[in-house]
Design a binder for this molecule. Structure first.
Ligand SMILES: [Ca+2]
Ligand SMILES: [Ca+2]
Length: 372
């Protein structure tokens, strides 16, 4: 019974939590192109469709001018709320972007530094001296400060010692250019970030699981993201970022030939209810009520089943205690319908055996008829 009650409790919790956690349908918050709803900073430039570059518009984040170190930001110009005022909802999102990173001259040693997808406070601006290895997000002074409130996914094309694994890796950065987690593309998938091919990436955040997933493919015909992320990292964005955030793509160079272009970018989001303390209490209360009701139902079934068994036992005891019953010949004659041929079952050692139903009996019994 204890096991069944526990099962009731678990089922009730699960079912009710399922209702609580029902989420709103995912909807696109923004899409590029057009560039209308985006802010461009640094050397970022909107480029209309050029027939010699894939015949579609794009934002140029770095132009490959090796005479200068550059940075650039392309950001959505509206704040995005990471949670609501009562903290009952938290943001889930899936951001898909297609970009190109080209070293131009692959034999040159002048390349780097890469591009990021980043989240930051809505009022943030690019810091001073954020070119080169800082990817437009940090500098020598701000690197590592929790006051940055920045979370980024870097597509890093230049190996900076001692913290970069190579010159072709994806990393997840929290307030620092030193990644919390990273994966080499050369070892993982054979993708060369700086090859000049358009790459397609998705960055997904599950606000309930508190997990960031990064997907990357060189297959531009792929309408859906790859099955498995190249990199996952558990992080509660609400501990790092403020409520209203800016979403952007940044890039930087350090007197290098590298170019960075963004061809497509969208951001789909929905808010999931958070499991706040109030929700926990509500789930426990409702689950407890269901559990008690289930327990009462099971106890009732158990009581009536035992009562029926006890009545059967009493009836059997009665038969054993009182011994065989005696019936008159008239009662037997009536029960066996005057020992008619239709009621005859067979012939025993003492005479015919007929079928008959005794007064008050539910089932037929055999009646022995002795004599003519
Ligand atoms: Ca680097
Ligand atoms: Ca790196």
């Amino acid at each position: 019974m204890a096991n069944i009650s526990f099962l009731f409790f678990v089922c009730s919790c699960t079912a009710f939590a399922g209702v609580i956690l029902k989420v709103q349908a995912e909807s696109p918050l923004f899409t590029f192109p057009p560039v209308t709803n985006f802010s461009l900073e640094g050397v970022a430039t909107n480029i209309p469709s050029l027939p010699y570059i894939f015949n579609m518009p794009f934002v140029q984040l770095s132009n490959g001018d090796k005479t200068q170190a550059t940075f650039s930001w392309m950001t959505y110009n509206q704040p995005i709320s990471l949670w609501d005022d009562s903290f009952s909802f938290v943001l889930n999102f899936s951001s898909h972007f297609q970009f190109l990173t080209s070293r131009n001259d692959y034999n040159s040693s002048q390349y780097g530094d890469g591009l990021t997808f980043f989240l930051a406070p809505f009022d943030s601006e690019p810091p001073q001296n954020c070119t080169g290895q800082w990817l437009g997000l940090f500098n020598q002074s701000t690197d590592g400060n929790s006051s940055n409130h920045i979370v980024a996914v870097e597509f890093d094309t230049f190996k900076n010692d001692p913290f970069d694994p190579d010159d072709n890796h994806v990393g997840i950065n929290v307030n620092s250019i030193v990644s919390k987690a990273s994966v080499s593309m050369r070892n993982k998938s054979g993708i060369e970030i700086g090859s000049g091919s358009i790459l397609s990436s998705w960055v997904d955040y599950d606000g309930l699981a508190k997990r960031l997933d990064v997907f990357l493919t060189a297959d531009l015909n792929a309408l859906e993201k790859p099955e498995s992320p190249i990199l996952s990292y558990e992080i509660d964005l609400t501990n790092i970022l403020p409520q209203n955030i800016k979403v952007g793509i940044s890039a930087s160079t350090a007197y290098s030939l590298e170019q960075h272009y963004v061809y497509f970018w969208d951001f789909k989001s929905h808010h999931s209810p958070t499991l706040t303390k109030a929700n926990y209490v509500l789930i426990l209360v409702v689950a407890s009520v269901f559990t008690v009701a289930g327990f009462v139902l099971l106890a009732g079934l158990w009581y009536f089943r035992n009562k029926s068994r006890e009545e059967d036992d009493i009836e059997i005891d009665k038969w054993f205690n009182e011994g065989p019953c005696k019936f008159s010949h008239a009662e037997l004659r009536t029960a066996a319908k005057f020992f008619s041929q239709e009621q005859k079952l067979g012939v025993g050692g003492f005479g015919n055996v007929n079928r008959g139903i005794l007064p008050g009996a539910k089932e037929a019994v055999g009646c022995l008829y002795v004599g003519n």
